[in-house]
Design a protein around this ligand. Structure first.
Ligand code: GLC
Length: 550
């Protein structure tokens, strides 16, 4: 760890996070799998894009039956990706560019190949070793608890012939859940945490955090005992590495996510899961209601906390946090192609979700960058990469980064048959058409646009820290909101319709101020007492800085 490296404790509030998998970024060893050395080589690209935090998907030793979320050793790295030394070098090189690094803490479950599970299944019933996991003689225990991977699992229990008992798992049956009623489990996890923190990382995404503790007669989600575990984790971090950020993956309704911030004594950040599908819904319905409704139902959070905002990630676009009717609508609107629905969600990347519509991609990113929270970009979405719904599980959205139109998309020099995954090669989204090299050369590319937006966003702390109020635009297709923080006031107006739309805003409270359009630095008409009238092109948006006279 570089001792000269320091960070403001609230760094995550102004961050731009970039999510990627080591395996998918760049392969320098030529074995067909991306590696740490490749990621290091591409840090200049990420710095140039403007991101300030790298979120790495799991890179630990693993049989890779759940892309690394099935961990067999929490303190190593998968040999395909390099060595611990390479990882350390990545952290140092990222820090040199002022890029923070956050990694996964897969806290709820391990692989069934993990030595803890192997020990547990043969240890005597009731022993502390056996009790590392959750066992039962019958499948009736915790009856009624929902199944998450509905396409593959029929039960949350699986029979283990070695133990002669059932073990509990909320995800795949090869991922037994750890038992947090056993104090040794938390001790072991805290050791893992300290181990990585000593290497200088800046935070953890706490994977599948709602499911840590089980109790009969409950949904086994969000239990007070689970929050107690998280408070213990936070207290430990606070004591040893106070700048470390904890990001909760709690796919729950806003009211149930809120407790993951605690009184500022649990997680620093949590993903805003319910917002994401509603942005897509509002866009398709050309109606601001789903967005306004969910934002109004989003409770206030402690001062030091922050929402994590995202449009797409490495999983399916989950539809767990919507009503049945909304789910039907989303499937009809976005998943007509056979094979697109996976579990309770839609396995698509951003560009194909919006039919590769450049205006829609820009509009959605404008919301991502201007809503209250920290934006998270999924690798490849900055160039509009596509997906392939015919591949198993979520593999179709985890294909190699498209660097160039050369062999293997410039990702690897391996024999194409040796690649961990074929790059996307269809005529619209394939690497000959969509790649970084071409977009760097093309000043009108999506990549350039993203870079500019990130730059702009970083100049205004109000986006990461300010309040948000919605205004009526006198038109249900136009979303208008004001962001305020300290001296800064920003007005955002977004047209969710494909056609031009008028907006009439009551801005009398800002009378005398000049709205300066932030992309072109153009002053608009001074605000008066009358309704402020604007016209927006199809899927157009404005960001205005409201400048008071004098
Ligand atoms: C999290 C991950 C997902 C994984 C699951 C089970 O939800 O985001 O990719 O499959 O945990 O480990």
């Amino acid at each position: 760890m570089d001792p000269s490296y320091t960070r403001d404790f609230l760094w995550y509030k102004d961050a731009i996070i970039y999510e990627t998998h080591v395996k998918a970024f760049l392969d320098t060893s030529g074995d067909g799998v991306g590696d740490f050395a490749g990621l290091i080589e591409k840090l200049d690209y990420l710095e140039d894009l403007g991101i300030t935090c790298l979120w790495l998907l799991p890179f630990f030793p693993s049989p890779l039956r759940d892309d690394g979320y099935d961990v067999v050793d929490y303190t190593g790295v998968h040999p395909s990706y390099g060595t611990l030394k390479d990882f350390r070098r990545l952290v140092d090189e990222a820090h040199r560019r002022d890029i923070a690094v956050i990694i996964e803490l897969v806290v709820n479950h391990t692989s069934d190949q993990h030595p803890w599970f192997q020990l547990a299944r043969s240890a005597p019933a009731g022993s502390p070793e056996r009790d590392f996991y959750v066992w039962s003689d019958s499948e009736a225990k915790y009856k009624g608890v929902r199944i998450i991977f509905t396409d593959t699992e029929r039960s949350n229990w699986t029979w283990d012939p070695v133990a002669g008992a059932y073990y509990w798992h909320r995800f795949f049956s090869h991922q037994p859940d750890l038992n947090f009623d056993n104090p040794r489990v938390l001790d072991a996890i805290l050791e893992v945490l300290r181990y990585w923190l000593e290497m200088g990382i800046d935070g953890f995404r706490l994977d599948a955090i709602p499911y840590l503790v089980e109790r009969d007669g409950t949904s086994c989600e969000n239990l007070p005992e689970t929050h107690e575990v998280i408070r213990r984790i936070r207290a430990d971090v606070e004591r040893t590495y106070p700048g470390c950020m904890l990001l909760a993956e709690a796919n729950q309704w806003p009211a149930d996510v809120r407790p993951y911030f605690g009184d500022g004594d649990e997680c620093h950040m949590a993903f805003h899961f319910p917002l994401m599908p509603r942005i897509f819904m509002a866009l398709r319905r050309e109606d601001v209601e789903p967005i306004q409704d969910i934002m109004q139902r989003t409770p206030a959070i402690p001062e030091s906390c922050q929402w994590g905002l995202f449009l797409r990630n490495h999983d399916e676009l989950t539809l767990e946090m919507v009503t049945d009717m909304e789910r039907d609508y989303m499937v009809l609107a976005y998943a007509r192609e056979p094979g697109t629905v996976l579990n309770v969600g839609i396995r698509r990347r951003l560009a194909p979700l919006v039919d590769n519509g450049r205006h829609r991609i820009e509009l959605l990113n404008s919301l991502l960058f201007s809503f209250p929270g920290t934006p998270i970009i999924y690798y490849g979405d900055e160039i509009g990469m596509g997906d392939d719904v015919r591949r198993p599980d979520r593999d179709g959205v985890r294909t190699p980064m498209q660097w160039s139109s050369g062999v293997n998309a410039g990702f690897s020099r391996a024999d194409p048959a040796a690649l961990y995954s074929r790059p996307i090669d269809d005529p619209v989204y394939g690497y000959p058409a969509v790649n970084v090299q071409a977009q760097l050369r093309d000043p009108s590319s999506l990549l350039h646009w993203m870079r500019n937006m990130i730059r702009l966003r970083k100049q205004f702390r109000v986006f990461g820290r300010g309040s948000m109020e919605f205004l009526s635009a006198g038109n249900r297709k136009v979303l208008a909101y004001v962001r305020r923080w300290e001296e800064d006031t920003i007005l955002c107006v977004a047209n969710l319709s494909r056609h031009p739309q008028p907006a009439e805003l009551d801005l009398s409270e800002f009378a005398g101020a000049t709205p300066v359009e932030m992309l072109g630095y153009t002053p608009f008409r001074v605000i008066g007492r009358d309704p402020y009238v604007l016209t927006l092109g199809g899927y157009g948006f404005y960001w205005f800085e409201l400048r008071q006279r004098g």
